[in-house]
Design a binder for this molecule. Structure first.
Ligand code: CA
Length: 508
């Protein structure tokens, strides 16, 4: 008995202490965002409990792990990527500021020296680092202008591609991320490369999603002091797939491709707006294969989190930087458009014991992510004044706190400004602005001379595949209502269209 007492008491004491610590410790946050992963590419949307919240069919994909994860989470049906393009998304997510303020107005590459994450911007990782978190970044960053700063070859770009797109991010530009295993942008899915915390390059010659999951698991296990012991962590994992290329077995795992390889177009394409005469049509098999592969690796990460006993106090988010049109609307451009396949993204958030699993239709924008996550971590008093979005944590926690929910999500499309004599892009041109409301998708595009290019209105309730644009001249009340909402949103965002009175100067 004596021995047993001796053993039991310390264990009980330890368990109590452990509980106490877990209660006091801020939640860990894992933010997983594969690139170009559209909201429609998750199988659970076809299940009745989910399907009743949407008006469209999910892709014919196998995503068993995401299906299970969704059942434990809040699934946002209307998460919108305000500027649905790689670098601009990252800028908004990291800083909580719109592109004009965070510096990233266009995709980062050597010819666009002005599009780069502001070094003095306060990022979510800067705040979490200051609050004692260990912050790790794994995967594609694509937020810095490439410069000749190859650590292995000073004075040179990281490759001899011209123009250069990929970039090395030195320590002083890592914004509080103290664990680093990342690169700029590079699209060979089975030949990826990374620079680690010390700036050493790794070329593992394996499918990037599996490798990055291995690195994330190392971070979780913390056997080599990847993070501070006894401190909360913020781990960001930016898988590149299912981003293009999606043309061959070089782009995905064969076991995943096997699921889709014999499906014909009528099985692969369930959206009524898909044009399978596009030469891109074969890509769906490889795209869906990468979706299934990402699903499996995401599941492996969740298993490890549980195995380590970290799952209860960890907020896990699964989202993407933008969607993928995949032959919808007859366009070859997978992103950078207001069409729902591009603009709408997954946003699934799990926070055990703190949230009620459900589907939520709040218009949740990229701009709202930073203040919302900081607030969920109990750091609402550390949300920087530079953040331009809303703290939507009361929606997530249902804690009775007041919350100004958005009535629209802003859409931004910028294109290159003029080239200067050095062949570099000067600034940007704000080619289109729009909004998504609870019912409509609305876009106004302009020509470079500022005149009207087009007005696009879709009734997403009655026309979920956006096949029948409304004629704004025949719907003056709807048009006026949407114009007012767009005007208000542009003012709220202090957008260049607002500052330059673009709407007032258009002739409709
Ligand atoms: Ca992207």
């Amino acid at each position: 008995m004596k021995n047993i007492d001796k053993v039991i008491l310390p264990l009980t004491t330890l368990a109590l202490l452990g509980c106490e610590q877990a209660k006091d410790q801020r939640p860990n946050i894992i933010y997983v965002y594969p690139d170009q992963f559209r909201n429609q590419a998750m199988a659970f949307w076809n299940e009745p409990d989910y399907a009743e919240h949407i008006g469209w069919k999910a892709d014919p994909v196998k995503t068993p792990r995401l299906d299970g994860f969704a059942d434990e989470s809040i699934v946002f049906s209307r998460a919108m990527s305000n500027c649905p393009l790689s670098s601009p998304y990252r800028g908004i997510f990291l800083t909580g500021m719109y592109p004009e303020r965070n510096g990233i107005t266009l995709n980062c590459m050597a010819e666009r020296p002005q599009s780069s994450l502001r070094e003095d911007a306060t990022c979510i990782s800067d705040v979490l680092d200051a609050a004692g978190y260990s912050c790790g970044y794994i995967g594609k960053l694509h937020a810095d202008h490439p410069t000749p700063n190859d650590p292995a070859n000073p004075g040179h770009y990281v490759s001899d591609r011209r123009p250069e797109w990929d970039a090395y991010t030195p320590v002083e530009r890592r914004h509080g991320f103290t664990y680093w295993y990342s690169y700029g942008t590079f699209d060979e899915h089975k030949n990826p490369h990374y620079w680690d915390t010390e700036g050493v390059r790794h070329d593992p010659k394996v499918w990037s999603v599996g490798h990055e999951t291995d690195k994330a698991i190392e971070f979780l296990r913390n056997r080599n002091e990847e993070r501070k012991k006894d401190a909360p962590f913020f781990l960001t994992i930016a898988y590149n797939p299912p981003h293009s290329p999606y043309e061959s077995l070089d782009d995905c795992m064969e076991e995943d491709f096997a699921i889709y390889k014999d499906m014909d177009y009528s099985e692969l394409y369930v959206r009524e707006n898909a044009d399978t005469t596009l030469t891109k049509a074969d890509a769906a098999r490889y795209y869906f294969a990468n979706v299934t592969g990402v699903d499996r690796e995401f599941g492996r990460l969740l298993d490890e989190l549980k195995e380590l006993g970290l799952d209860r106090n960890t907020i896990v988010i699964f989202t993407s930087d933008h969607g993928e049109t995949m032959c919808s609307q007859g366009t070859y451009d997978p992103k950078n458009s207001i069409y729902t396949e591009s603009f709408n993204v997954p946003f699934i958030i799990r926070y055990p014991e703190r949230i009620r699993p459900r589907v939520d239709s709040t218009l949740f924008s990229t701009i709202d992510i930073m203040p919302t996550l900081l607030s969920l971590a109990g750091l609402n008093d550390m949300i920087p004044s530079s953040a331009e979005g809303r703290d939507l944590s009361p929606v997530i926690l249902e804690n009775g706190k007041e919350c100004d929910t958005p009535d629209a999500a802003l859409y931004i499309r910028n294109v290159n400004g003029p080239y200067n004599e050095k062949g570099l892009v000067e600034g940007f041109f704000p080619a289109a602005r729009g909004i998504k409301t609870d019912r409509y998708t609305f876009e106004i595009a302009i020509q470079k001379d500022g005149t009207l290019s087009r007005v696009l209105i879709f009734d997403d309730i009655n026309d979920p595949y956006q096949l029948n644009p409304l004629d704004y001249k025949k719907e003056p009340d709807t048009f006026a209502m949407l114009l007012n909402k767009l005007d208000a949103k542009l003012e709220e965002a202090n957008d260049i269209w607002h500052r330059e009175n673009r709407l007032d100067n258009l002739k409709f």
